[in-house]
Design a protein around this ligand. Structure first.
Ligand code: GLN
Length: 451
């Protein structure tokens, strides 16, 4: 199996450019170890021999971890992330490291410091981002499963653009230990796959409490696969009218309405819900995420980690040159935005205000989930955009995150599933949001649609 996927990578990745690093020998060695275990009659893990692509933001002590940044081009982490250790314990084969927007900042994978990943459905379109490499790897059958991370949509949006399934778990469901931090209060690791059961299987392997991440929660992990095929009787689907206004492309609108009809045919009930503060979610996110990023990225000083400028006058100059020469434009933009929003005299006006709005957004969801099981919405306002189309317009790029971002602010789970195609043949995604720890409900509801 591993050989087949490696051959597929050899055949198509020169066009798609989903992977930053594939070590054929190492992957075959891992697969060989699983084979030996099997021959010796040893018990095998639940992902035995399954190749998994890993976003290049998750530390694996046996490999470089670049976060698609020149800053970390040669960085080898001294330890492995919790999720990588879990996959190894499950006997998975970690087949390669996938491309992403630098430090996961972006929605198109164009912000990678190394290469631009293409959407396998149409090579002049982006695969979405920031987990665009993982999404493209799965969509082009270069790996059956992949790990991504989602701070404001980076699993769900590329899954939607590439016609696959992707799930952002509840904040605290999956350990962030060894995940290079972008915005610590929003980041979550999650699964990407061809179908819903693939994501359930992968989440099963990585979810659960980890004492090494103080924000990981000690909630028992249900057996997702044992219930996934049970349709939810009288599923209550929340629809927020505000989601269907200006800015939503007619093709996506049609696909989402058709999905609602499919659910109604299966006995689901549609309930109107109100999320009155969701209109502030993009503004709130783009204060909080850059603020946390500016603080997290302060550690890249040219001394402790990564790139160091060759020529400098003094220590301050060393910091400035090392960061200036190795960070890309979007990362610099975020650092400046965040530093400004946190600075004395402005933090009450921006950062602290954003935290208050975040609380209101969270409260809207609590109210809504007292009435419904899931909230159904588009993943993005339109199908995949072209490479370069939004690259020079960061505000337009930020606005395209409108449907995904509020889940991260509220800490709730969300799944993106394929829901048809546009006229030009690009995939359209459907999003289901659930209450805290509602992953099991999301899998079951998503599976009802898939079947
Ligand atoms: N597109 C969003 C951003 O640029 C989300 C990124 C993410 O989820 N990592 O911040």
């Amino acid at each position: 199996v591993t050989t087949a996927f490696l051959d597929r990578i050899d055949a198509v990745d020169s066009q798609v450019e989903a992977f930053l690093h594939v070590d054929r020998e190492d992957a075959l060695k891992q697969a060989g170890e699983v084979d030996n275990k099997r021959s010796a009659g040893e018990a095998l893990g639940p992902l035995a021999g399954v190749p998994i692509a890993v976003k290049d933001v998750l530390c694996d002590e046996t490999k470089a971890c670049t976060c698609a940044s020149r800053m970390l081009e040669n960085f080898r982490p001294p330890y492995s992330s919790h999720v990588v250790n879990r996959l190894k314990a499950a006997d998975a084969v970690l087949i390669g490291r996938t491309n992403m927007d630098e430090f996961a900042m972006g929605s198109s994978t164009e912000n990678s410091g190394f290469q631009k990943t293409k959407n396998p459905w149409s090579l002049d379109s982006t695969p979405g981002g920031s987990s665009g490499g993982s999404a493209a790897a799965v969509a082009a059958s270069m790996a059956p499963l992949a790990l991504g991370t989602d701070t404001g949509g980076s699993i769900r949006q590329p899954a939607g653009f590439c016609g696959i399934v992707g799930l952002k778990p509840t904040y605290g469901r999956v350990s962030r230990y060894g995940l290079v931090a972008f915005a610590s209060s929003l980041d979550q690791v999650g699964p990407m796959s061809h179908d819903v059961s693939g994501s359930a299987r992968l989440l099963q392997a990585i979810a659960g409490h980890d004492p090494l991440d103080s924000t990981s929660l000690p909630e028992p992990v249900p057996d997702y696969l044992s219930t996934i095929d049970q349709p939810i009787d009288g599923l209550r689907i929340g629809i927020c009218r505000e989601h269907y206004g200006e800015g939503l492309s007619p093709e996506v609108d049609r696909a989402v309405q058709a999905a609602v009809d499919t659910y109604i045919e299966q006995g689901a009930e549609v309930v109107d819900v109100e999320l009155p503060h969701s209109k502030y979610s993009v503004a709130t996110y783009y204060i909080i995420a850059p603020s946390e990023a500016s603080s997290n990225l302060a550690r890249y000083d040219g001394i402790h980690y990564g790139y160091r400028a060759e020529k400098f006058d003094d220590m301050i100059d060393l910091y400035a040159r090392s960061r200036g020469e190795s960070f890309g434009a979007e990362v610099k933009r975020r650092i400046m935005l965040g530093t400004y929003a946190l600075s004395a005299g402005y933090s009450d006006q921006y950062y602290n205000k954003a935290l208050k709005v975040r609380r209101l957004i969270r409260r809207d969801f609590d109210d809504a989930f007292s009435k419904v099981d899931v909230i159904l919405s588009p993943v993005t306002p339109s199908p995949a955009f072209k490479i370069g189309e939004l690259a020079d317009d960061p505000l337009a790029m930020y606005l395209s995150d409108i449907y995904t971002i509020s889940a991260n602010l509220a800490g709730i789970p969300g799944i993106s599933i394929p829901a048809g195609q546009s006229e030009s043949g690009l995939p359209i995604g459907l999003q289901l949001l659930g209450p805290t720890f509602g992953e099991e409900t999301l899998f079951r509801a998503a599976r009802m649609f898939e079947q």
